[in-house]
Design a protein around this ligand. Sequence first.
Ligand code: TEU
Length: 567
Amino acid sequence: VEQPPWWTRAVVYQVYPRSFMDSDGDGIGDLGGVLLHLDHLADLGVDVLWLSPVYPSPQADNGYDISDYQDIDPLFGSLEQLDELIAALHARGMKLVMDLVVNHTSDQHPWFLESRSSTDDPKRDWYWWRPPREGMAPGDPGAEPTNWQSFFSGPTWELDEASGEYYLHLFDRRQPDLNWENPEVRQAVHAMMRWWLDRGVDGFRMDVINMISKDVGPDGHLHDGPPLAGSALGDGSASYLCGPRIHEFLQEMHREVFAGRDGALLTVGEMPGVTVEQARLFTDPARGEVDMVFQFEHVGLDHGTSKWDIHPLRMRDLKASFGRWQAGLADVGWNSLYWDNHDQPRAVSRFGDDSPRYRRDSATCLATLLHLHRGTPYVYQGEELGMANYPFTSLEEFADVESLNHHVHAVSAGHDPAEVMTALRCMSRDNARTPVQWDGSPNAGFTTGTPWLAVHPDHVEWNAAAQRDDEHSVLAHYRRLIALRHTDDVVALGDFTMLLPDHDEVYAFTRSLDGAELLVVCNLSRTPYRLAELLPEAPAAELVLGNLPDDEPAELRPWEARVLRLP
Ligand code: TEU
């Protein structure tokens, strides 16, 4: 029989280098810092390090605006250090996955500077240049070629005064979108990717990769989207999410870059808005596209009309969503599993209970729930320490371009500044970006300088040094969960069945493989439950792993999680 791919048993750890560890005292994390803390990763037992962008960049979006794909920003270190990191990880049996940001470049990338230089430059067509709307002059209100709203507020089009044309940017105006319709663009990206693989990297996390194919239609035009409520702009997503050539582009990339070496690699496509049906196509190994995708359904369940319009998560919705993804990718394809990354608020604050009484228990409960699903779990730096949202009180404390742009646009559109602040405090990406809390010293051991973003004041209590030798800690629990996936085939490969789909507070499911069966039960609330009343088979089953002391078998305590082996 064919062996399942190695990543079906793997756990990935995401490093956001700017906030991980600063080795040179400039207040910004760097590769030297990553090298200093590889023991932390090895001790946790993770198999792969996914490194957010470290390439040369003006840092308009913390490195997701790249001005040179084949070098390292001096802010983060050097290519030599990257090589050192590859070697150090490989020596410990770990792999390195790089971030691949090719939907857009920085507006300072030489490709864009050339493209912008004149309308007949050979690279003009490498980006999306368009004249103003029919009958309008450049710069007229509403003259943008389409009505699309950018992910970072405002229109997706920026006027270039010199040529009188606009360029497309789905994200910030300093992140112009590459034109993947142009084969030279695709070839340049493929060559760059091969260069990294030849250097020894083990795969890519592909930023917003389902946005690279835009729907130009038979007439070669981009089209307006439906109007957005309360805005002059529209939703262009039907024109750029999973566009007409997306599968063709990914299959071509697979042939040109991964063919012959894909058994050792890991490829994961970040895909906002992707559906289960689409994900089956993207991750069906027979189609040769990507190994797995990041989907966004579960992190959108507390959104209203936008991420800033916050609704409490309903447990039924979470079960329905995860359940559908588990079932949808059961026979073909593969799931990736995550609560947190550098774009999401901290899970313990968002879906758990970060009050002093329940913070440790809810962090470990959420972790157990996620890590016992079928798929490849991703741990975001600090999640394994129970790091929480930052207590932001003023606008000056934020650095993120998405947060700052939103504030400007929302306030100028007449929203109550106090309400805008409340939304930012809960949802801002900066919640995930405060420095990793290594110890209880000033600046949490992250830097000897002034940190670029404030260190959470709770680091005096919540830090890696305090948790390392504490068997009851969040860190120790993550270590046990990761080890369980490595040693228990049922965890890695077993079938998934959701139980109690309509229960409002208890999340339960089974995993089974070749007659062996695990029962997982998680209490996502402060209410204690009689276990026998929920799941009669549970009290007698053998405890494999729990997050609370094993001294009250009959009761499922607040935020308790148990993994049980059924006879
Ligand atoms: O994010 C893609 C994305 O659509 C969202 O997660 C987005 O960042 C935002 O939170 C929507 O509200 C990826 C990167 O992960 C992110 O850091 C970058 O800013 C973005 O692409 C652009 O490269």
